[in-house]
Write a protein that binds this ligand. Structure first.
Ligand code: ZN
Ligand code: ZN
Ligand code: ZN
Length: 230
């Protein structure tokens, strides 16, 4: 490896339809490793981690409002946390959903542990108090340097797993929503296979896994529509 070459993304991401020289391409959707551009992470992974950390405190609050086992409503991510007092009249209160309680605690614990680990390693002061909001803000602030640590891959996997569990226990967006008629802006792709995953605000290409944030997608959509109109 020369000094100018970057490493491959630590999460083993690869480029869609781009192959290593010894790959025959048969049944391979792409095997050329994606370059790490933020510490050890590729663009997509970095963005995903940042987004998960941004969402984590909202999800924590959302789970708090869903601890009563009978609640079935869906989350407005911008709105206030839903009330947990969902039982009416003189019905006995719904039992607490232990799975939600555990996942909520695990989410808070993971963020707190990572903040402590980071503060100890690099000798910086953490937030005054461990809360999911404080801890996530700390991790986002230090994300450019945290992304250079090997452990970032484990943290990312753990956070993704907890967020997935949370979404399964108390879905805040019922389903993945397809976006018809707009091709993927990703390099080497261009397939019309875009969707917004349940719980995400980013648009994801289901073919090449490129993620596009809301604002960039709005712009891209406009470009495509203008092109069609002309
Ligand atoms: Zn290949
Ligand atoms: Zn990656
Ligand atoms: Zn694509």
């Amino acid at each position: 490896m020369t000094a100018t070459e970057t490493r491959a993304c630590i999460n083993g991401c690869s480029l869609y339809r781009q192959h290593l020289t010894d790959c025959t391409g048969d049944g391979c959707r792409g095997c050329l490793p994606t370059r790490a551009r933020h510490g050890l992470l590729c663009d997509n992974c970095y963005r995903r981690l940042e987004l998960m950390l941004t969402d984590a405190p909202i999800v924590h609050r959302w789970l708090g409002g869903n601890m009563a086992a009978s609640t079935t409503q869906h989350l407005d991510p911008d709105g206030p946390a839903p009330s947990r007092h969902r039982t009416k009249g003189d019905e006995s209160p719904a039992p607490l959903n232990v799975g939600i309680l555990d996942t909520r605690q695990l989410l808070a614990d993971r963020l707190a542990i990572w903040v402590d680990h980071h503060c100890e390693e690099v000798k910086v002061t953490g937030p005054d108090e461990h809360t999911p909001a404080n801890d996530a803000a700390h991790l986002i602030r230090w994300l450019p340097s945290i992304a250079c640590w090997d452990i970032v891959s484990d943290w990312m996997e753990e956070l993704a797993e907890t967020m997935r569990d949370a979404h399964q226990l108390a879905p805040w967006r019922p389903i993945t929503r397809r976006i018809p008629g707009i091709p993927c802006p990703g390099e080497n792709c261009g397939e019309t296979n875009l969707a917004i995953y349940g719980g995400d605000t980013d648009v994801t290409c289901l073919s090449c896994r490129t993620t596009i944030n809301e604002r960039a997608f709005g712009l891209w959509e406009q470009i495509v529509l203008n092109r069609e109109a002309s």
